[in-house]
Design a binder for this molecule. Sequence first.
Ligand code: SF4
Length: 346
Amino acid sequence: MNLYRGCTHNCVYCDGRSESYRVDGVFGEAVAVKTNAVEVLRRELKPIGRRAKLKPSYVMLGGGVGDSYQPVEEKYQLSRRTLQLLCEYRWPVHILTKSTLIERDLDIIEHINQQNRAIVSFSFSSTNDELSAVFEPHVPPPTERLKTLAFFKRNGIACGMFLLPVIPFITDTPEMIAEALRKAHEIGVDFVIFGGMTLKNGRQKEYFFSSLRDKHPELLARYEQIYEENKWGQATEEYYSTINSIFNEMSRKYKIARRIPPALYSNILSENDFVIVMLEHLDYFLRLEGKRSSFGYAAYAISKLNKPLSTVKNTLTEIKGVGGKTEKIILEILETKNSAYYNSLR
Ligand code: SF4
């Protein structure tokens, strides 16, 4: 859910700035507030008049185009009121933010966690306060964010670190990634989601490059090399596989889960969705090792299925992408909510 459009945190790399998201006004200054969001959500959650039941899942309170706990939240309290509503309707939530203001809502988050589950995640481009002051000028420094994560852990809430995006040639070095994972490990975060930066042509790229020209002009040529023309603003495959393998190695060193552990969603998702997520994770683990698999393809095919997998147990190999090995894994997941192969890779 994006409760706000625009974000005064104004991270230099923010892709919410890209024209493709159609955020009006000067990004970093203007914020549109969805003042009727809670009323609309209440209508959508009400079971009365609904043809099909809503699929069980986490509601992700995040903000691709605006942090849900940016300063304007103090006044409008949209995130707090949304959490109260989700608590009332007994929905599990996963919150992703960069703001320590979330501590204000511990009471509701604890309540949701007791009913089913709440996860609190923070995003970081590094855990270095000085670099953060340059690239995330209006966000609490990483040291404060880590303290808030530790605060939620102490209060029994599962926590994640989104080390995303790492900034090319600045926060993507083995030393910086290792430092972030070491700090995550010390706090005992439950998982770390890792990812590189995108730079879409237009507002996002121009804004980022103007800051880079100012702070690190020596890096411009290297950026031009890895960010070629690309609709999604992606860097080259080669670049992403280099940083992924650094992350892979460091996450093994610190024994950190690289995806949300199944125990945090096994009782929440439908059986098909649970299998889909585990297959997607398998695909990701193998890609981190530089290997290809058909698990992602099988997961996609299962997502198109309109019946529970347990009703087609004997014909699983008729699903596209599901061969003998995947069939065995699916059957094991359906029976035990676990997979020996998954455990060996994670
Ligand atoms: S906090 Fe998130 S949404 Fe806000 S500017 Fe930074 S990256 Fe963008």
